[in-house]
Ligand binder design. Structure first.
Ligand code: SF4
Length: 368
């Protein structure tokens, strides 16, 4: 497994040994997915706030717009360290405060407000979300129309929409549901390109693109991700984790799946959704403490996956639940390794803010 950025294990509920006389589990083995847990974007965001905490050492609050990542346990850890979460309401943020934009990205007006208020901006927008914002902006700037496929009210969808709308108002048509395909405006003759949220389901995205093409044969729609036209712009972490779940079902023959991830995490929900699509019951859990023994009556093989915002320590907590019950743990080979060990560098705005923050405290004669 990869190195963990944040060790949350000491904060998790203590796992009790099964009581004497407890009926043994029928589970013969638990198989951990090869591509699992913290992606490069989430790791960058967590590292960024940990470094800010280390510089400020509680001498000033750190404001984060929207939860940094969709992981309740790591977010609570940061709140306990003095981080304050605000939801687009800048009236809660004092002028000049150190402010983090979450991994899901923000709309362009956030950068403007931050400048007006003299905020020190630490931008944790994942570079792969940034790519989507730039793509939408480029299409809108060139006079084209963006068909944006995304989850309703998701901050990433809103951020991508915001960049296109800023370039050219009215240039985006958002497709949340299948029915939205039928309200695509009449834009015949224009350049129309699909942009997707990065964390959608692979099958769902293919279906949605197919429906768009079926419903609107009159328009030529460009949908491109690498060499695969049909997959939209799903990020490597999403596709790798979903393909690993597919392998758990098709190659390992698991008959139950546990996905470590928050109910708020879209990519985690998509992993559970994929398990269900493949005919295997899948449950979303935060920690091993959520597991209920009766889930596994008659189950022989359990697959364990984890969303891109889950920390490795949370996965360990789940495997420990099985180890305490004598279930052997196996680790599946990753579907792809080249990107899953990637790290993302901070953008320039964040580097500048770190310089200013460090100077602020070193000029007070403090050693950081
Ligand atoms: S899931 Fe993908 S887009 Fe989202 S933070 Fe991770 S790498 Fe970036």
């Amino acid at each position: 497994m990869r190195t963990e950025i944040l060790n949350l294990y000491p904060r998790l509920p203590v796992l009790e040994r099964p009581e004497t006389g407890e009926k043994p589990l029928s589970v013969e083995k638990a198989v951990v997915a090869g591509n699992i847990a913290g992606c490069a974007g989430v790791n960058m965001a967590n590292k960024l706030v940990l470094e800010m905490l280390s510089v400020t050492q509680g001498r000033e609050p750190i404001y984060v717009n929207h939860p940094l990542t969709h992981n309740d346990i790591s977010m609570q850890y940061f709140i306990d360290q003095g981080v304050i979460v605000f939801h687009n309401d800048f009236s809660q943020v004092p002028d000049g405060a150190s402010t983090v934009f979450s991994a899901h990205g923000v709309t362009p007006d956030h950068y403007r407000i931050a400048e007006e208020k003299g905020l020190l901006v630490f931008d944790a927008t994942c570079p792969l979300v940034k790519t989507q914002q730039d793509k939408a902006q480029r299409i809108a700037n060139s006079g084209g129309t963006v068909l944006l496929i995304g989850a309703k009210n998701h901050p990433e969808t809103e951020s991508i929409r915001g960049f296109a709308e800023e370039a050219r108002p009215g240039s985006v048509h958002v497709i949340f549901e299948e029915s939205d395909v039928h309200t695509i405006p009449d834009v015949k003759g224009e350049h129309i390109e699909i942009v997707t949220q990065t964390t959608l389901g692979i099958y769902d995205t293919r279906d949605r693109i197919h429906t768009i093409r079926e419903a609107r044969p009159d328009i030529e729609v460009v949908a491109r991700r690498g060499n695969d036209e049909e997959e939209g712009d799903l990020c490597y972490a999403t596709t790798n984790r979903q393909e690993s779940v597919e392998k758990l079902v098709l190659e390992e023959g698991v008959d139950s799946i546990l996905v470590v991830g928050s109910q708020k995490s879209h990519n985690s929900k998509m992993l559970a959704h994929l398990g269900e699509q493949l005919g295997v019951p899948a449950r979303l859990i935060n920690t091993g403490g959520d597991i209920q023994r009766e889930w596994f009556d008659g189950v022989r093989r359990v697959g364990i996956s984890g969303g891109a915002s889950a920390e490795i320590s949370l996965i360990r907590h789940v495997t420990d639940w099985f180890t305490l019950r004598g279930v052997p743990i196996e680790y599946q080979d990753p579907v792809r390794v080249e990107k899953d060990g990637a790290t993302f560098a901070y953008p320039e705005i964040t580097k500048r803010s770190f310089d200013l923050l460090r100077n602020k405290y070193s000029s007070e004669g403090l050693t950081i």
